[in-house]
Design a protein around this ligand. Structure first.
Ligand code: IPD
Ligand code: CA
Ligand code: CA
Length: 271
């Protein structure tokens, strides 16, 4: 049984996902040549965002919004804010790779209290409410119990384009590659965090993410018993965009590994 607020969020995600799945089918069939795939995908993205805005606003009219595509809207309710990424994993979507998600978080008094990440192609609904645990569909989630770094599989996001020269990233990647049993870059940060919550990944790190990429995922990891911090070990993930998530055993060694890597290289970043 989901709470009323999680139902609102999950139903909004399901409704927006129907359009995304249809549009993804067209990308796969390469039927998008009229305007070009880039424009087609951004239209799909905007359509999903419009549905999410309409559904969330209909259910809770006064809440403020922070939407990736249309930005921030204040509401008469000063305490609540929706934080939404209508399509996380745009590059995958554009290339016909079936790994993308919708992420919806609810913030109350500056704290994330509910989060949903939905993966349409696998029909996997991750949902968490503060104090009530994290779920994948109807199954309660728990982060992995692995204690050995050498056995751990760690997710990441690699900076690209203008962010490609992110100081220290390549050094942190090199350290992770030699210390763990493998690094994965799957292309949706919201799902990366959901995978940590589900115990599929033993950890995840990425620099420079946006609030809508991580707001719901952070709560999922915490409610699944995991630990999330920024790279300095603090809790400024939403402002720095830097995220390290793992189970309790691995968080400390992973944080140390990244800190060392950043110190050793072209570091300009606060550690
Ligand atoms: C991106 C994905 C990706 C991460 C990027 C994000 P988008 O979001 O989460 O995994 O590495 O930093 O921008 O653009 O697909 O919504
Ligand atoms: Ca995103
Ligand atoms: Ca997006």
């Amino acid at each position: 049984m989901r709470s009323a607020i999680l139902n609102v969020m999950a139903n909004a995600a399901l409704k927006a996902a129907r359009g995304l799945i249809r549009d993804f089918g067209e990308v796969e069939q390469l039927q998008v040549s009229v305007k070009g795939p880039g424009e087609f995908v951004s239209t799909a993205d905007l359509k999903a965002e419009r549905i999410l805005r309409a559904e969330l606003t209909r259910a809770r009219p006064g809440y403020a919004l922070l939407l990736e595509e249309s930005g921030a809207t204040a509401g008469p309710d000063q305490r609540h804010r929706w934080i939404v990424d209508p399509l996380d994993g745009t590059t995958n979507f554009l290339h016909g790779i079936p790994h993308f998600s919708i992420s919806i978080a609810l913030e109350r008094d500056g704290e994330i209290v509910a989060g949903v990440v939905y993966e349409p192609t696998r029909d996997e609904m991750y949902a968490a409410e503060k104090g009530f645990g994290a779920y994948l569909n109807d199954r309660r989630l728990r982060v992995s119990a692995r204690r050995q770094l050498g056995e751990a599989v760690i997710g990441t996001g690699m900076p690209f384009g203008v962010r490609a020269d992110q100081p220290g990233y390549v050094d942190s990647l090199a350290s992770m590659m030699s210390a763990t049993s493998g690094v994965r870059r799957m292309g949706s940060a919201a799902l990366d965090l959901a995978y940590v919550a589900a115990g599929r990944y033993d950890g995840f790190w990425e620099f420079g993410l946006a609030p809508w990429d991580i707001a719901a995922g952070i709560l999922l990891v915490r409610e699944a018993g995991g630990y999330v911090s920024d790279m300095a070990g603090g809790h400024e993930m939403m402002t720095t965009g830097d995220v390290l998530a793992a189970n309790d055993h691995l968080h400390l060694p992973l944080a140390a590994l990244i800190r060392e890597a950043l110190r050793g290289g072209r570091v300009t970043r606060r550690v």
